[in-house]
Design a protein around this ligand. Structure first.
Ligand SMILES: C[S@@+](CC[C@H](N)C(=O)[O-])C[C@H]1O[C@@H](n2cnc3c(N)ncnc32)[C@H](O)[C@@H]1O
Length: 308
C-alpha cells in the first residue's frame, strides 16, 4: 500500500530524528495552559505538568483494566539483547519507563510532538524523539522489532489512519509486531448533563476531523494493509462508578481531568459560560458514578509478514 509518506521519503533522504530538546517555539499558552505549537496538528490537550500527571494516572488505569502493558506475543523478542521498541505518541513516557525496567535488554524510543519527557533522569535504555507522526516517521525501513501506539484518537485525523498504519508498518522489521490501543472517548450510559458535555467533546473532535469510532475500525485498517498477518483484536471496557471500587473512582477523576483540560476548546464548541461548564463538571462526576457509565477500549495487534 503506497502512501504520501513513502513517496516523500523515497525522494528525500530520511531526516535525522530530532532529540527532545525543548525550545520556546515548541509551546504556546492558552488561558495559562501550555500546548504544542504545531499549527497543522489538531491534538486539543495541553502538555503541561497537570496533563502529564493525568497521563500517568491514565496509564495506571489502563494497566489495571487490561492487567498488562501489552498483548502482542513479543515476550521472547523483548528478552533478546538489542531489541528495538518504538512508542508513538509516548506522552509522559509512563508505558516506556515500565517496559524499560521489565525488559532491560531492549532499547525503547519514544516519539512525541511535544518534547516534554525527561532528558536526563531516565532509564539508560530509553530515548525520546520530537517528531510529528503525521509527517511520516524519521526512521529507515525495518528498524523496530515491536511498535506500540496508544490513545492517538484525538491526534490522528480520520483520513490519516491508513497512512499512519502504513508508516508504522514500514519502520517495523519483518516478523516484528505492531500493537495499537484505542478508546472511544464518548462513554456509554451517560446521564443528562454528562451526555451534554460529551456531545460537546464529540463536536469538538469532529470539528478537528478526528474519529471517535477508530477503535472499531483498526482491525479492518490492519486487514486492508496487506503486509500484516495474525491480526488479533481484543475489546475491553473502562468502567466508572462505585461497583468497580477504586478503579471506578480513578476513572472518574481521569475523565474529569481530561474534560477540564480540554475546556477552552469545549467552550468554543458548545458556547456556554465558564461557570456553567464548571457546574456541569461537578454533575459529570456524580452522573458517571450513578449511571455506571463506561468507555469502550480496543487493542489490535499483528505481525509484519516476512521472516524475522
Ligand atoms: C492521549 S496522549 C497518549 C500518551 C501515551 N500514548 C499514553 O497512552 O500514555 C496522546 C499523545 O500524542 C501526542 N501527539 C499528538 N499529536 C501528535 C503527532 N501529530 N505526532 C506525534 N505525537 C502526537 C501528544 O503530544 C500526546 O503526548
Amino acid at each position: 500500500m503506497g502512501n504520501k509518506f513513502s513517496k516523500t521519503l523515497k525522494k528525500k533522504s530520511i531526516p535525522l530524528p530530532s532529540i527532545n530538546m525543548q525550545e520556546d517555539s515548541d509551546f504556546k499558552y492558552i488561558h495559562g495552559r501550555r500546548y504544542h505549537n504545531v499549527e497543522s496538528v489538531k491534538y486539543p490537550l495541553p502538555n503541561d505538568e497537570e496533563e502529564l500527571d493525568r497521563l500517568h494516572l491514565q496509564h495506571f488505569l489502563l494497566r489495571y483494566v487490561w492487567q498488562r502493558n501489552f498483548a502482542a506475543p513479543v515476550k521472547h523478542i523483548l528478552n533478546r539483547n538489542g531489541t528495538k521498541v518504538l512508542d508513538v505518541g509516548c506522552g509522559a513516557g509512563s508505558w516506556m519507563f515500565e517496559m524499560a525496567s521489565d525488559y532491560p535488554n531492549t532499547q525503547i524510543t519514544g516519539l512525541d510532538i511535544s518534547p516534554i519527557q525527561p532528558s536526563e533522569i531516565k532509564p539508560r535504555n530509553v530515548n525520546f524523539i520530537k517528531a510529528n507522526v503525521l509527517n511520516g516517521l524519521p526512521f529507515e525501513n525495518n528498524t523496530f522489532d515491536y511498535i506500540f501506539q496508544r490513545f492517538l484518537v484525538s491526534a490522528i485525523p480520520k483520513d490519516s489512519w491508513p497512512d499512519v498504519i502504513n508508516e508504522l508498518t514500514r519502520v517495523l522489521k519483518p516478523g516484528g509486531y505492531l500493537e495499537l490501543v484505542e478508546i472511544n472517548p464518548i462513554p456509554f450510559q451517560l446521564g443528562p448533563v454528562s451526555s451534554q458535555l460529551f456531545t460537546a467533546v464529540e463536536k469538538m473532535l469532529q470539528l478537528r476531523d478526528l474519529d471517535t469510532q477508530i477503535p472499531y475500525k483498526l482491525r479492518s485498517y490492519f486487514e486492508q494493509h496487506g503486509n500484516l498477518e495474525n491480526i488479533t483484536e481484543e475489546k475491553n471496557r473502562l468502567p466508572y462508578g462505585p461497583e468497580t471500587g477504586k478503579l471506578g473512582q480513578a476513572a472518574v477523576e481521569n475523565a474529569r481531568l481530561a474534560v477540564t483540560h480540554a475546556k477552552p476548546f469545549l467552550l468554543e464548541a458548545i458556547k456556554i459560560s465558564s461557570e456553567e461548564f464548571d457546574n456541569n463538571l461537578d454533575v459529570l462526576v456524580k452522573e458517571l458514578n450513578e449511571f455506571d457509565s463506561y468507555n469502550d477500549t480496543c487493542c489490535v495487534y499483528a505481525r509484519k509478514k516476512g521472516n524475522y
